[in-house]
Design a protein around this ligand. Structure first.
Ligand code: SF4
Length: 330
């Protein structure tokens, strides 16, 4: 019998799928103590284990490069901590709030800009949602609630329903947005109960996926994306520009095409946030500029993700404009 998504998630969190990672020549147990490796069976199956440079492997493998000092890095590079309105709720941008609904993910991406974020203290557990709900009620300019994390789809369908029932009673809240990597890394999570809940939801629904490379699109993930589309989600994707994973215009163009063929629009290409212990993923701005210029030549405008960077204290993401020279931006 197939495992349930909860069993699959538990296996990932308990490390049952880590054995192959540990056997990889680049594996560093010191790095794994800094940020626990977590990988799902779905991702494990997609990795070419004979290729140490496999772009999926690179995203999940703790390696000694993480131990190198990077003077320009931070533990909270996007300033989430300073924008907390109430515990677990980040009110950084006009009209929308980000609810850190869960402290865990189905995978631990080594480049994650929240790898140092104190989730255990900062996410809003279910018994504190009343504080979050009261805050959103008191702010009539909030029209969109973004569920983030961690990964909000680690919550049960019942929890999602309890939360969104309360949001749907507020006239000013129109849209529910979900930021999740789960449809791709743990497709079994999108079960019949999730689809039923989604279809019954009266709010507009947007899901922003996080896919960095077209190889992440397994047949199961593609089927799941189709089901989400059928359930009424507007589907977008954000990627992070990562050295050794997708730092080439051809790779990014292929991703955009694959996304579009499966009903997802490319949304953001994030310039890597300088998070501590992940400096080996960093692409300098001038290099990013070159890649993006080439990407512009390969893609029609509607398949070109916006190249952005998140800067602490700014009222929105900063749109990066490719230029012939980037000296003035550095
Ligand atoms: S799924 Fe997202 S939040 Fe979770 S570790 Fe990966 S990048 Fe970070």
């Amino acid at each position: 019998m197939d495992k349930t998504w909860q069993q699959n998630l538990k296996a990932a969190l308990k490390g049952s799928t880590l054995e192959k990672l540990k056997k990889s020549p680049e594996f560093s147990s010191k790095a794994s103590q800094l940020f626990a490796p977590v990988i799902t069976e779905t991702m494990d199956d997609l990795i070419d284990w004979l290729n140490p440079k496999d772009p999926i492997l690179q995203q999940f493998l703790p390696q000694s490069l993480e131990l190198e000092q990077d003077e320009s890095s931070h533990t909270d590079p996007v300033g989430d901590h300073q924008s907390e309105a109430v515990p677990g709720l980040i009110h950084k941008y006009h009209g929308r709030v980000l609810l850190i609904a869960s402290g865990s993910c189905a995978v631990n991406c080594r480049y994650c800009f929240r790898r140092h974020f104190p989730y255990e203290k900062s996410y809003a557990p279910r018994n504190q949602w009343h504080t979050v709900i009261n805050y959103i009620k008191s702010q009539p300019n909030i029209h969109e609630v973004i569920l983030s994390g961690g990964d909000p789809l680690t919550l049960s369908n019942q929890s999602l329903q309890t939360l969104t029932e309360q949001l749907a009673t507020m006239d000013h809240v129109k849209t529910l947005r979900i930021h999740s990597r789960i449809p791709v890394v743990l497709p079994s999570r999108i079960d019949a109960g999730f689809i039923d809940w989604s279809q019954a939801l009266t709010l507009s629904k947007v899901m922003v996926l996080h896919i960095n490379h077209s190889q992440e699109l397994s047949p199961e993930a593609i089927l799941t994306i189709y089901r989400l589309k059928q359930a009424g989600y507007t589907l977008l994707n954000q990627s992070v520009l990562l050295k050794g994973v997708n730092d080439s215009a051809e790779v990014l163009a292929e991703l955009s095409h694959q996304l579009f063929n499966n009903g997802v629009l490319p949304y953001y290409l994030h310039q890597f946030d300088r998070v501590q212990n992940a400096g080996h993923f960093a692409i300098e701005l001038n290099e990013g500029n070159l890649i993006y210029q080439q990407l512009q030549k390969l893609l029609p405008g509607y398949l070109l993700p916006k190249w952005v960077v998140e800067q602490a204290g700014q009222p929105s993401k900063t749109l990066l404009t490719p230029t012939k020279t980037t000296e003035s931006r550095r």
